[in-house]
Design a protein around this ligand. Structure first.
Ligand code: CDP
Ligand code: MG
Length: 694
């Protein structure tokens, strides 16, 4: 049992470092809820109906929520109790003085929810809006909801969000929470990001590929807007829980770094005494040890690696919880949390625990920093995370369970001390902790860059190789992306630059990876644009032709059943996912219309669909060998059909896979049978070299 150690936050040597916690006495008077509400009503005057507002369309004519004043007072009191609140005046002073500022503060100190409100309350956003990026959809949506509530306004009005395939915004939206991917997409049509006067890049320490690219884009946009007459300055805030401050400050022209002291209660740390063979079992045992001893309403957050693991642990925990020997314990509510979970289920974790109850949240690293779950007093950390790493040499993504970094381990531990003192149980030894990397590797240094490169080209950035990356990806990764894009006919390589083709320009319009966009673009040629969108919309359910056609059949049946909820229930299908698929499809149809792609349907000739799939995914094909195993054609990697595949058990000669994921063994996910002749028709040169028989 060791005492809690402070997270290794490095203080910048930079003399422009400001410790905001130093000035705590002068909390400014904030507008009362009713004053704030009036201001907001004014801001929305005369705006009429809301656009693109899904699910939560407020009734016309009554855009203002009528709130319980007691609830509002309560929310305001909560806002005033946040660690960032005493620093409000100092913070605003710095924001007024500098165009770029870095803000470091513990998770839960109020950065994401409060700073945009402060800027708005002071009307520093008079000219354009405030855009706050988040690496994850669930964070963008849940935070926007919370902020709308705090500002006593309807979500989708003054405060909105925009994530892929779903948004709640209107022309009056001033504070907008978006995924980093969405802002990148916006930059394609508006590289100077002219509709915003403030851009807050949040969770910067996560170093997602999109955030990394945005660093370069916003920096450039800021510079260009400064040099062009008629533009407002672009104000940048980089927000983070922990960060290599010097590296960031240097990149952003030695900008000031502000610290907000978090409110961290002491956390008692426990390490495993010896290395654990089975960390899942170790973690589950710990859950029940805590459950037997801890008072109710002291909730548990368990960090595991991925969806399958989490689902199976959740099921097990629920079963064991029914065991008679636990009858004396509080009632146990077990919840999963991972990115692929439907939004409403993700939001369940925020529901407070009922009296005499305890909740256990089994989560991926999603709960590490981007969201704060109330009630957590115990953290169990398995010390691992599923990490996607792209291997340009072999052309596949390995999704491997890897040790997390020390920085992540401290973030996880910190979740236990948000509201009161807590405990963190590490399912690994002290020595294992010491051997962990200090920081995680930025995603851009380990990802397939095809998508990002296509987007940069579409923004008019000609020389992607010389782009101002904060950390530059290897030449091998850049090269592999160029090769993939040229195979997809998205670019042509001219002496020393890359030129986007007409098809490439269209591909960049789709909120999809270039290879899937290519599949849709090849639709009209095969008479099945409609089907492609369906298959793409929901790539997840079983036909002898493979998984894609299965999905397509499910989707068609859902439509024929008039999107009926009971029908889904009777057929064991997820109603919300299918509705989501309908929404995705609608949006892809819009992109097709914009790009002049004709909508055609191949009806029952579903082999055309598989042919289209092959046009985008032809580098993802495996060939059956004499010994009954599969080898990928692209890199001769051994791979097996995943047990969930419709084709599992059969042995088709050539299978196309949507994803090749290495989890111990390399598994092909979402597969369809392909005809080798098609492959020769699609990419003759490529398949001649691969010696594919016709
Ligand atoms: O960004 P940072 O981690 O510094 O904090 P934040 O996301 O602004 O959250 C500040 C506080 O707001 C949290 O500690 C929660 O108490 C509350 N909050 C909430 O109740 N519900 C949300 N969806 C988001 C935040
Ligand atoms: Mg935050």
């Amino acid at each position: 049992m060791a005492g809690f150690q402070e997270p290794p936050i490095k203080k910048a040597k930079n003399d422009r470092t400001v410790d905001l916690s130093a000035n705590t006495s002068q909390a400014p008077t904030q507008p009362s809820p009713s004053q704030a509400a009036n201001g907001h009503t004014k801001a929305r005057d005369g705006l009429g109906s809301f656009q693109n507002l899904k699910h939560k369309t407020p009734s016309k004519g009554t855009p203002q929520k009528t709130k319980n004043p007691e609830h509002l007072r309560n929310l305001l009191a909560q806002r005033h109790a946040l660690p960032i609140f005493p620093a409000r005046a100092r913070l605003l002073e710095e924001l007024r003085k500098n165009n770029t500022v870095i803000i470091i503060g513990e998770t839960g100190s109020g950065k994401t929810t409060q700073i945009p409100q402060y800027i708005h309350e002071e009307r520093l956003d008079r000219k354009g809006g405030i855009c706050v990026t988040q690496p994850r959809r669930v964070a963008a949506i849940s935070i926007a909801k919370r902020v709308a509530e705090e500002m006593d306004t309807n979500l989708g009005g003054l405060v909105g969000y925009s994530v892929r395939f779903e948004e709640a915004v209107c022309p009056a939206t001033k504070v907008k929470y978006v995924t980093d991917g969405m802002l990148l997409r916006e930059a394609i049509s508006d590289p100077l990001l002219t509709r915003y006067s403030w851009i807050l890049l949040d969770e910067a320490h996560e170093r997602t590929i999109n955030t990394d690219v945005l660093f370069g884009i916003v920096k450039d946009a800021q510079k260009t807007r400064r040099s062009l007459p008629g533009h407002d300055p672009l104000r940048l805030l980089i927000m983070s829980a922990t960060m290599d401050v010097d590296h960031f400050s240097q990149y952003f022209g030695n900008c000031p770094v502000l610290y907000v002291e978090g409110r961290q209660h002491p956390i008692e740390m426990f390490y495993a005494k010896k290395q654990q063979e089975d960390y899942v079992m170790a973690a589950m045992t710990t859950v029940f040890q805590i459950h037997r001893e801890a008072p109710p309403q002291h909730d548990i957050l368990l960090f595991l690696t991925g969806q399958e693991e989490i689902d199976s642990v959740t099921t097990n925990l629920r079963q064991i919880a029914k065991d008679g020997s636990l009858a004396e314990c509080p009632r146990l509510r077990v919840l999963s949390l991972y990115a692929a979970l439907p939004a409403h289920q993700q939001l369940d974790v925020f529901r407070a625990t009922a009296e005499g109850e305890r909740k256990v949240i089994v989560s991926t690293n999603i709960a590490e920093t981007s969201i704060t779950i109330p009630g957590i007093r115990y953290v169990i950390d398995c010390g691992r995370a599923k990490v996607r790493t792209y291997h340009p040499g072999s052309g596949f993504d390995a999704l491997k369970v890897k040790k997390i970094s020390q920085a992540q381990a401290w973030q996880r531990a910190g979740r236990a001390g948000r509201e009161a003192s807590g405990s963190c149980y590490r399912a690994y030894t002290r020595a294992e902790f010491d051997a962990m990397n200090v920081n995680p590797t930025p995603e851009i240094l380990r990802s397939n860059l095809a998508s990002v490169m296509l987007q940069l080209l579409a923004m008019g950035i000609k020389n992607v190789v010389t782009f101002d990356f904060i950390d530059k990806p290897s030449a091998e990764l850049l090269e592999a992306a160029i090769v993939q894009l040229s195979f997809l006919d998205a670019v042509v390589i001219k002496s020393d630059s890359l030129e986007l083709t007409e098809a490439g320009r269209k591909m960049a319009q789709f909120p999809l990876e270039p290879r899937y966009a290519k599949v849709i673009l090849s639709g009209p040629e095969h008479g099945c644009t409609e089907e492609e969108q369906a298959a793409n919309a929901r790539r997840k359910f079983t036909s002898v032709e493979g998984d894609h056609i299965t999905l397509l059949k499910v989707f068609r049946a859902f439509k024929a059943a008039k999107k009926n909820k009971m029908w889904c229930h009777e057929n064991f299908l997820n109603f919300r996912n299918l509705l989501y698929a309908t929404e995705v499809r609608k949006q892809l149809v819009q992109v097709c219309e914009r790009c002049g792609v004709a909508l055609t349907s191949c009806q029952q000739k579903t082999d055309s669909v598989r042919r289209c799939l092959a046009t985008g995914l032809f580098t993802s094909v495996a060939e059956l060998q004499l010994d009954g195993k599969y080898l990928t054609l692209d890199t001769k990697q051994e791979a097996a059909l995943h047990p969930t595949s419709a084709l599992f058990g059969g042995k088709p000669a050539y299978v196309l896979f949507t994803e090749l994921v290495q989890t111990g063994k390399a598994y092909m996910h979402l597969n369809s049978i392909v005809d080798p002749q098609w492959l020769h028709d699609i990419a003759p040169e490529y398949f001649r070299r691969k010696h594919v028989k016709r």
